[in-house]
Design a protein around this ligand. Structure first.
Ligand SMILES: Nc1ncnc2c1ncn2[C@@H]1O[C@H](COP(=O)(O)OP(=O)(O)O)[C@@H](O)[C@H]1O
Ligand SMILES: [Mg+2]
Length: 434
């Protein structure tokens, strides 16, 4: 198969501004639906900016602006695409949306087509434009009032039916956002939210349970964006989660914060996620974290790992962790928490996706404590954090039923996901507390 070359400018939305400027030129060599190689060179003017940031932390560190020569970079670790470019593109769900719009077969388009077709409202602060003078692609985000139509359109996309004319606003509802579950980006009172819907094979009310679990995480002290649970007039449940990569600015503008996945931060390919670990994420916080926040973020990461163990959220892969650029402290912050869902199951021996401690991915509290030092925590402090989260998640049902209005029958469907701390090493935690 012959190769073709695709070129585009990467635009970067500037911190505290609604303006995007050209940051440099991206070239991708494609052969059919495969990307064979990528190359990027920063523009000189971008490098001279005080507020310039690295487009990709693992592969595109900002070169010294004084040097004057423009360097061309390739992705680190032999990757064929830059992680930050991949993060600004759709995964399974967004691809189905784009194919529906173009009446194309599943996975039949080139990566560059998915990249271009995803619109200008992407994860984080990057955009892709054909020339240095192009404007952002037009497209108004739907409003929360349009949710019933969006859900109807999403159902059609899931079943492979073409979306009719009057429901086409789903095509402008952030198809570039990642993940596999049906979703849309909407605005509500000038703020942007991701709306997550049901999927056709769901075994329980996923929007309601995901929302309740995120709120349980907040109760455990974790950093969680604002969430809401809605029951639409057409009897469809929806979860809203406020976007952490958007901030309200002046004149009703939305400012964008550069955001990359954990995968990009570590410079890894998707297929390497399952060999990675929470310690690898803690290490990257140590080396690239924002000044003054390294310890706070490592502790937060440790607490998330413990929470995931206790609620059996084993979908904790490196795209379900993210980092946001802190322009003031010139470093990366761990993003707020998202995509946390309890997974009901019968197995007593359970594993997370990422490695937890000395016993690998084994989802126990003693394993979580086994490498606490790597998160900058003393044994006793790690035990205290673990114990606190275990005591709160143990009361999940009361919280779900009385605070989150989750019906008893729904709680029953997910109860096997919630671990009894005593079954997974609480005694070890208690010993360390003394
Ligand atoms: N609150 C949020 N703010 C900004 N980006 C988010 C937020 N929640 C999720 N994302 C981004 O959207 C992607 C898809 O969302 P996610 O909840 O992981 O969906 P799925 O359940 O389909 O995997 C994530 O991988 C992340 O990049
Ligand atoms: Mg996800």
């Amino acid at each position: 198969m012959t190769s073709s070359e695709f070129q585009t400018y990467i635009f970067a939305y500037l911190p505290q501004s609604a303006q995007a400027v050209p940051a440099g030129k991206l070239t991708m060599i494609e052969s059919g639906t495969e990307v064979q190689a990528s190359q990027f060179g920063y523009g000189k003017r971008y490098l001279q900016r005080q507020d310039a940031y690295a487009i990709d932390p693992a592969s595109l560190a900002l070169q010294s602006a004084q040097d004057g020569t423009v360097q061309l970079y390739e992705p680190a670790n032999g990757l064929t695409m830059f992680g930050a470019v991949r993060d600004a593109m759709p995964d399974a769900w967004g691809r189905r949306v784009i194919e529906n719009k173009l009446k194309a077969q599943p996975n039949s388009l080139n990566e560059s087509q998915y990249l271009e077709q995803a619109g200008s409202n992407r994860l984080g602060a990057l955009d892709f434009r054909k020339t240095q003078t192009d404007n952002a692609q037009a497209g108004l985000l739907p409003d929360v009032q349009d949710l019933s139509y969006l859900v109807e359109a999403a159902d059609k996309i899931e079943t492979g039916e073409y979306v009719p004319e009057h429901l086409r606003q789903i095509f402008d509802a952030g198809p570039s956002m990642g993940g596999a579950r049906p979703k849309a980006v909407i605005t509500k009172n000038g703020m942007e939210y991701i709306a997550k819907f049901t999927a056709k094979d769901d075994a329980f009310n996923v929007p309601q349970i995901e929302r309740a679990t995120l709120e349980l995480a907040r109760l455990c002290g974790l950093d969680v964006p604002a969430t809401e649970y809605l029951w639409l007039a057409n009897n469809k449940p929806v979860m809203l989660i406020a976007r952490f990569d958007r901030k309200p600015g002046l004149n009703n503008e939305q400012y964008r914060t550069h955001t990359v996945s954990g995968l990009t931060m570590l410079g890894l390919h998707e297929s390497e996620s399952a060999n990675s670990s929470y310690v690898a994420l803690a290490d990257v916080i140590s080396s690239s974290g924002a000044k003054g926040f390294v310890q706070q973020d490592r502790k937060e990461l440790f607490a998330r790992m413990v929470f995931n163990i206790l609620v059996s959220n084993d979908d904790d892969h490196l795209r379900n962790h993210a980092f946001v650029w802190d322009d003031i402290n010139k470093g990366w912050r761990l993003s707020p928490l998202y995509d946390v869902l309890p997974k009901p199951q019968v197995a007593t021996e359970r594993y997370l996706h990422l490695s937890v401690g000395k016993q690998g991915r084994l989802a126990t509290l003693d394993n979580a404590l086994s490498m606490a030092g790597q998160f900058g925590l003393m044994d006793k402090e790690a035990a205290r954090i673990t114990n606190d989260i275990a005591m709160k998640t143990r009361e999940w049902r009361t919280f779900f039923e009385s605070e989150m209005q989750v019906p008893t029958a729904e709680c029953d469907k997910v109860k096997s996901a919630f671990r009894r701390p005593a079954d997974i090493g609480l005694d070890f935690v208690e010993k360390r507390l003394k």
